[in-house]
Write a protein that binds this ligand. Sequence first.
Ligand code: ADP
Length: 253
Amino acid sequence: NYEIEVPEKLSGELRSLGLAIKSLAGRLKYLEKIRRESAADFSHELRTPLHNLKSTVEALEDGILELNAENLESINEEVDRITNLTGQLTELVELEKKLTDVNIETVDGNEYFNELLNFYVKKAENEEINYNYEVFAGLDRISLDRQAVEIILNNLITNAFKYTEAGGRVDVRVNLIDDNLRLEVEDTGIGIPEEEKDLIFERFYRTDRSRSRETGGSGLGLAITREIVAALGGDIFLEDSDKGSNFVVMLPQ
Ligand code: ADP
């Protein structure tokens, strides 16, 4: 059992140590989970392209299909799908390696987030997105794991850009609310249908809306994000938004 609670009365360095242990425990649980689930998930995802390949090749052998450009192209596409999946598996293993290094630090949140979020200004300009961020006051001493927070924000902001048309808006807000670091990424993009709001956090799930946009994507980003957030003892959810999507992450302090 990896459940660890950091006692309320701890403060200062002891509290940081407690949070580091809690985070390490969360990660162990997370790593165990990806080990258990990855093999099953990936072999499930491989099944369709392998099956398609096999039936095409058999049909060619039996002379039911002829070897023309169109059939070769469909073989090529299935091979690409398999290559793509293999690449994702490698990425997941890399991520797993990174996440074994726990590093909870006390940082000046103002400085840290302003610098981190400023990084996306150029990217926003290139994609003609109206991107703004706001780091609220009171964040001068917060505990966080830089690497984990960077992966979380990168996944959410990259998605917000990807699923928002040129001319749209992306707003990021960082705030401290009741002992929780609150990260919010709101966009005016294509949005997520109510009935798919839980599903998008599942591995490989992509909404029909996003599939039809040919933006490319693996459907892994949000699953990884949710697992990292859980490993840190936090929570991720969608808030209502007039137009587009509004992702909120809460990380305990
Ligand atoms: P992908 O690689 O497909 O972007 P993710 O796991 O990051 O994978 O996201 C899963 C799915 O959730 C996406 O395919 C898309 O359908 C939906 N999604 C994620 N972020 C947004 C967003 N900001 N706006 C609209 N849809 C989104």
